[in-house]
Ligand binder design. Structure first.
Ligand code: GLA
Length: 380
C-alpha cells in the first residue's frame, strides 16, 4: 500500500490478498483426478491497485529486481519474461473465457517464500486474476477465479500443474483444511484441531529440474491409466494395479502405487482429522513421505534429511516433503505447546550436517483470496 501511494500519490482503490498453501496430505494426486487435503496459510501475496488510463497494465513487484512492468492486455504469456508472464497469463485466461478487461496499475508484495513449495506462484496467479476481475467489474466465483488462475499459470510456465494450488488459494477457510476432489472440484471443510501446530521446515535447497520431472511424472501417470483403460489413476484400486504389475513394469507400477495409495491415505486422513486424532494423521503423513521418496521418487537428500531431523523429536506426529518435490519444504505436525522450539532444534540438527541455510515457519489455516475496497471512486 505504501509503495503504491508513493508511486501514485494516492491510496489504492483496492487491496487483493491471496494466500500460499500447505498441503497436509495428497501429493501428486491432483492431476490424476484424485484427492488432496491442503489449507490456505497466513502468508500471502498482496496486490494494491487502482484503475488507470491507457491500454497497458502497469505493475511493480517489491520482491523482484527492476522497475514496474508494462503489459498490453493482449500480450502473449509465452513471450513475456519472468513474472510478467503471470500478468499476461491472467489477462489471457480471462480473454479466452470471453471476458472484457480493463487496465489497472498496481504494486505487489509477498511474504510467501518463493520456490519453497508453498505455491507462491499460484498465489500470484490468483491475485492477478482477482485484480483483473475487480478492475473490469467481473463477478467471478472463487472456483472460477481458481480455474482462470490455473490456466494462467499453466500457460505462463508450460508446467502441466494440477488444480490444487489455485483452488486452495481461492477457496481456503480459516481454521480448516479442505478435502478437495480434484475431479468434481467438490470441497469439504475439515477443522484443524487447535492443539495441532503446523510447522514448515524449509531445507534451503531450491527445486532443480522440477518442471521437467513434474511433466515426466504426470506423463507416466497418464501412461498407466491408458494401459489400464481408465480415465485417470483416480479410478484404480490397489488390487487392479497388482493384476497389471507385470505389464506395467517396475517403474510405472511404483509411480501408480504412490498415487493410488496416496488417495486412500487422504480419505483416511480426513476421517482421522475429523475425530481430532492428530497422532494417526501424523502416521499417514509419514507414510506419504516414504511413498513419495521410494515409489514416486520426487524427494531429495535434503528433504529426507529434514524429515529425519524433525521426526527425531518426540512431540512431532509426522512429517513429509511437500509440493512438487526435488527441494523446498517439509511440513511437520506437532503438539501445539513448544512446537516452535521443537522446530528450531530440528533445524539446528539439519544445519549441522548441511551447508544450506534452512528456515522455520509456523503457519495457521487462513481464508482464501479476498479483495478489500480501500478507497471509493467519485462515481460510487
Ligand atoms: C505442485 C503443483 C500441484 C501439485 C503438487 C504435487 O505444487 O502445482 O498441482 O501437483 O505439485 O502434489
Amino acid at each position: 500500500m505504501e509503495a503504491f501511494a508513493r508511486e501514485h500519490g494516492a491510496a489504492p482503490r483496492w487491496l487483493v490478498r491471496s494466500p500460499g498453501r500447505v498441503n497436509l496430505i495428497g501429493e501428486h494426486t491432483d492431476y490424476s483426478g484424485g484427492f488432496v487435503l491442503p489449507m490456505a496459510i497466513d502468508r500471502s501475496v498482496w496486490l494494491a491497485l487502482s484503475p488507470c488510463a491507457g491500454r497497458n497494465v502497469r505493475v511493480r513487484s517489491l520482491d523482484a529486481a527492476g522497475g514496474a512492468i508494462t503489459i498490453p492486455l493482449d500480450a502473449s504469456p509465452r513471450k513475456a519474461p519472468g513474472w510478467a508472464a503471470y500478468v499476461a497469463g491472467a489477462a489471457w485466461a480471462l480473454r479466452e473465457r470471453g471476458l472484457p478487461l480493463r487496465v489497472w496499475s498496481g504494486a505487489i508484495a509477498s511474504d510467501v517464500p518463493i520456490g519453497a513449495g508453498l505455491a507462491s506462484s499460484a498465489a500470484l496467479a490468483v491475485a492477478l486474476v482477482s485484480a483483473f476481475a475487480i478492475a473490469s467489474g467481473l463477478d467471478l466465483s472463487a472456483t472460477e477465479c481458481a480455474l482462470a488462475a490455473w490456466s494462467a499459470e499453466t500457460e505462463a510456465t508450460g508446467v502441466r500443474c494440477g488444480v490444487m494450488d489455485p483452488l486452495i488459494a481461492s477457496c481456503g477457510i480459516p481454521g480448516h483444511a479442505l478435502l478437495i476432489d480434484c475431479r468434481s472440484l467438490a470441497t469439504e471443510a475439515v477443522p484443524i484441531p487447535s492443539d495441532c501446530a503446523i510447522l514448515l521446515l524449509d531445507t534451503g535447497a531450491r527445486r532443480k529440474l522440477a518442471a521437467t520431472e513434474y511433466n515426466a511424472r504426470r506423463a507416466q501417470c497418464e501412461r498407466v491409466s491408458s494401459l489400464l483403460g481408465v480415465a485417470a489413476l483416480r479410478d484404480v484400486a490397489l488390487d487392479d494395479l497388482e493384476r497389471f504389475r507385470d505389464r506395467l513394469g517396475p517403474t510405472l507400477f511404483r509411480r501408480a502405487r504412490h498415487v493410488v495409495s496416496e488417495n486412500a491415505r487422504v480419505l483416511e486422513a480426513e476421517r482421522r482429522l475429523r475425530c481430532g486424532d492428530v497422532a494417526a494423521l501424523g502416521g499417514l503423513v509419514d507414510e506419504s513421505h516414504a511413498s513419495l521418496r521410494d515409489d514416486f521418487e520426487v524427494s531429495s537428500a535434503e528433504l529426507d534429511a529434514m524429515v529425519r531431523s524433525v521426526r527425531a523429536e518426540a512431540s512431532c506426529y509426522g512429517a513429509r516433503m511437500m509440493g512438487a518435490g526435488f527441494g523446498g519444504t517439509v511440513v511437520a505436525l506437532a503438539a501445539a505447546g513448544g512446537a516452535r522450539a521443537m522446530g528450531e532444534r530440528a533445524l539446528l540438527r539439519y544445519a549441522s550436517e548441511s551447508s544450506l541455510t534452512p528456515a522455520l515457519y509456523e503457519v495457521r489455516p487462513a481464508a482464501g483470496a479476498e479483495t478489500i475496497a480501500v478507497t471509493s471512486s467519485a462515481g460510487d
